[in-house]
Design a protein around this ligand. Structure first.
Ligand code: CDP
Length: 227
């Protein structure tokens, strides 16, 4: 890579609420790149399955859903903290997909190999166009192993639960810190122990623990890497 050309594919992975979205959006804005949060795709499939009372343990049905679902991701139409609009048909499900019921079930859905295959293929196709900041759990390891920059953003469960609590209450919704912490630990456990594409840093990822570093510092150091 020539020295002055910024990295074109930036992969950001890490556990729930580790700050990937804040960092990723800022990097994408600064570099003029597409911000692509892959978690919304797994959330959208889970949301549709719950809406239709599908049996989430029925892998074949959920996989068929992932293969045919029309999920549309567009630039944000509202300035309410969203990174993008997520549409299913005509319905804006951007915040519905962040509900407790989706949080509690998304890791079951995202562990299915057929679901991962269907969604990863779409993610990879978009990522390979370049000029992209792609955020998820397996971007550096599976979706785009050729990424120019791989960052694994980590933080303690307590710190991450605190951030998620603040995020939810800032939207005016009620939240229970202990409950958030418990559910987050459970979800991370399922994500990191699943057989297919488990959450883990790529061997060539830069690992950043943001417990004691504020968001500005994390942003500056990753921007430096990208340049
Ligand atoms: O916002 P938060 O970090 O809590 O979660 P998210 O990024 O929206 O991801 C929701 C869930 O989708 C995760 O807990 C994973 O189970 C799954 N996911 C995944 O398996 N692979 C990805 N590349 C992105 C998300």
């Amino acid at each position: 890579m020539t020295k002055n050309i910024p990295a074109s594919i930036i992969a950001l992975d890490g556990p729930a609420a580790s700050g990937k979205t804040t960092l990723g959006r800022r990097l994408a804005d600064t570099l003029g790149y597409l911000f692509f949060d892959t978690g919304v795709m797994y959330r959208a499939i889970t949301w549709i399955a719950l809406q239709h009372d599908m049996d989430l343990r029925d892998e074949a049905t959920i996989t068929a859903l992932a293969q045919k679902a029309q999920i549309d991701i567009r630039p944000p139409s509202k300035n309410d903290g969203r990174g993008c609009d997520v549409l299913i048909g005509d319905k804006d499900v951007t915040w519905d997909m962040r509900g407790d019921d989706v949080d509690a079930n998304v890791s079951v859905v995202s562990a299915y190999s057929g679901v991962r295959q269907a969604l990863s293929e779409q993610q990879r196709r978009i990522g390979l166009r370049g000029k992209v900041v792609m955020v998820g759990r397996d971007i550096g390891t599976v979706v785009l192993p050729e990424a120019d920059i791989k960052v694994y953003l980590d933080a303690s469960a307590e710190e991450r639960a605190k951030r998620r609590y603040n995020e939810v209450t800032a939207r005016g919704d009620k939240a229970d810190y202990d409950e958030i912490l418990k559910k987050m630990i459970e979800r991370d456990h399922v994500d990191s122990t699943r057989a297919v594409a488990p959450l883990r840093p790529a061997e060539d990822a830069v690992i950043i623990n943001s417990d004691k570093i504020d968001a500005d510092k994390v942003f500056e150091s990753v921007l430096e890497l990208c340049k």
